[in-house]
Design a protein around this ligand. Sequence first.
Ligand code: NI
Length: 179
Amino acid sequence: MIRPILKMGTPSLMQASLPLPSSAFNSPELHALIADMQETMIAAKGAGLAAPQIGENIRVVIFEIKNNPRYPDAEPVPFTVLINPELLPISDEQDDGWEGCLSVPAMRGLVPRLKALRYTGFDAAGQKIDRTVSGWHARVVQHECDHLDGVLYPMRMTDMSQFGFTEVLFPELVGQDDD
Ligand code: NI
């Protein structure tokens, strides 16, 4: 079921989310939540979605980049369900990149992120995930996991002159999403 996406200003988006209890792995409720998240993300042409964006304050994110018209230059990232994630920096090298967010519709901002990192967590069945990634994959993981701590990308920006409307900054992307 496609669920409404909460927008910036909604208090629950600014709250830290709770870990998924181990008893909830592989449960019908978890699979239903993930199915809703995936449908909602695809319908909005998002690259990722965090459970709090549909009003569920638990530590579950999904992401995938595959010919995404919102992010035409991003390299592919496999569809991933990541639960109770931990991000482990492997160097402090950062990179600036343009981000959007389904909770901040019609806007883009230039956001500094770690260039590379290791992340761990679990899939829906409770199997351990442990990956070392860089580039777009690293950026999308940092963006989505920030949602679990109540952080939206504008809160990570260091130069607010690099924040604006998609139609002004990237007119070629207008109409590629429902923002
Ligand atoms: Ni977002």
